[in-house]
Ligand binder design. Structure first.
Ligand code: NAD
Length: 392
């Protein structure tokens, strides 16, 4: 059948199989073009491996380092009878696996709830079956709106709210291409705690504990989780909001995991990454407007990067290639350095009060935002004939 985009708010409920596959191949080509990463990872577990930063981490591990990979993700297969395509991450993973196997690389996939004990057990089994039988890198790249506690069965939901006082902020209605004012509501204590439970560090710690107890952590094993800080402009909704609280909790967990991995002569750290269009970030109010402005400025200055460029840089200039990790004063690795460069943020701040529905296309890269968003679902990809039938 011919697959067409069906956008509903900040989600596209269809995905194009060949378009997603082409996106994955493009990322692989980028990594190959950068050349092999010396002394890189050999065996990698990526939790949240099917889209965004996690997919990029899996691609750099496999095609930059030549590593075996186990990927954990939560994706929907196609329902051919109902004519419903699979989710983008499903198609991304299918193509990744095809390419990895063609390159002679072990690639095991676990589709299910990463917060559950069962999926942790399945991942451990897949690691045991891998050539090394252990992992030397664990990437934690989950972005989820809810979590079921594996011990109590209680379901926690994360919210995108501010803490303290209600805020009004400028935002972008990406469907209508209109600048709007959004009310960012105040979170209750429970909502803050629940968001921390979902997006904080508890589950990352549980993963490392399970892997350790199963004896599948190699000597020198490293673990990294991804965080975001961003500019003051987005603090009310991000850094000083509920999601920021969860990220601070994740950052604290990194210190405890670092202590645990020291027993294996390993380490854990947080990489603070750049704001990019992903399925997770498009759901956050204010952020799509900020990203549209940021992209224009970073592209003009020739310093724009996407997920694969960010993660390739993290691996080749910080993690491996005989380099050492460089930490900021708070012990965080910063590959958001270009985004937060003072000249770039000054330019964003100058545009922010000026931008309106009328000058949106002139002052921002909203076109770039929209095409990146569609590309997440395999649409608008060069070389794909969208009039042709696809096999779901
Ligand atoms: P994304 O939505 O593209 O990817 C999320 C991944 O998590 C997918 O592979 C999905 O299948 C998986 N997942 C979600 N729920 C799951 C579950 N219950 N069980 C198993 N897998 C599940 O998100 P992203 O933007 O790449 O975010 C990844 C991490 O990077 C997050 O921690 C995010 O905060 C961080 N980060 C994102 C940005 C950004 O701008 N996008 C910037 C800095 C840091």
């Amino acid at each position: 059948m011919v697959v067409e985009p069906k956008v509903k708010g900040f989600l596209c409920v269809t995905a194009h199989p060949e378009g997603c596959a082409a996106n994955v191949r493009e990322q692989i080509e980028y990594v190959k073009g950068k050349g092999p990463i010396k002394n890189g990872a050999k065996s990698v577990l990526v939790i949240g491996s099917s889209t965004g930063y996690g997919l990029a981490s899996r691609i750099v591990s496999a095609f930059g380092c030549g590593a075996s990979t186990v990927g954990v993700f939560f994706e929907r297969p196609a329902d051919a009878a109902k004519g419903r395509p699979a989710s983008a991450g499903w198609y991304n993973t299918a193509e990744f696996t095809k390419q990895a196997e063609a390159a002679g690389l072990y690639a095991a996939n676990i589709n299910g709830d990463a917060f559950s004990d069962e999926i942790k057990r399945q991942a451990i089994d897949a690691i045991r079956k891998s050539p090394a039988g252990k992992v030397d890198l664990v990437v934690y790249s989950l972005a989820s709106p809810r979590r079921t506690d594996p011990k109590t069965g209680e379901v926690y939901k994360s919210v995108l709210k501010t803490i303290g006082e209600e805020r009004e902020d400028k935002s972008l209605d990406t469907d209508k291409g209109q600048i709007v004012t959004v009310k960012v509501p105040v979170a209750s204590e429970k909502e803050i705690a629940d968001t921390v439970k979902v997006m904080g560090g508890e589950d990352w710690e549980l993963w490392i504990k399970s892997l350790d107890e199963a004896g599948v952590l190699a000597e020198g094993c490293t673990s990294v989780a991804y965080s975001y800080i961003g500019p003051e402009l987005t603090y009310p909704i991000y850094r000083s909001g509920t999601i920021g609280m969860a990220k601070k909790n994740l950052e604290e967990a990194a210190q405890r995991i670092d202590g645990a991995l020291k027993m294996h002569r390993g380490k854990a750290f947080i990489s603070v990454n750049k704001a990019l269009v992903t399925q997770a970030s498009s759901a956050i109010p204010v952020v799509p407007l900020y990203i549209s402005i940021l992209y224009k400025i970073m592209k003009e200055k020739g310093v724009h990067e996407d997920c694969i460029m960010q993660i390739e840089r993290l691996f080749s200039t910080q993690l491996y290639n005989d380099n050492c990790l460089e930490f900021d004063d708070n012990g965080l690795v910063r590959i958001d350095d270009l985004e937060l460069r003072p000249d770039i943020q000054k330019a964003v701040e100058a545009v922010w009060p000026e931008v309106s529905t009328e000058n949106l296309n002139e002052l921002t890269d909203f076109d770039g935002y929209k095409s990146e968003f569609m590309k997440l679902f395999g649409f608008g990809v060069k070389g794909i004939d969208y009039t042709k039938d696809s096999t779901l």
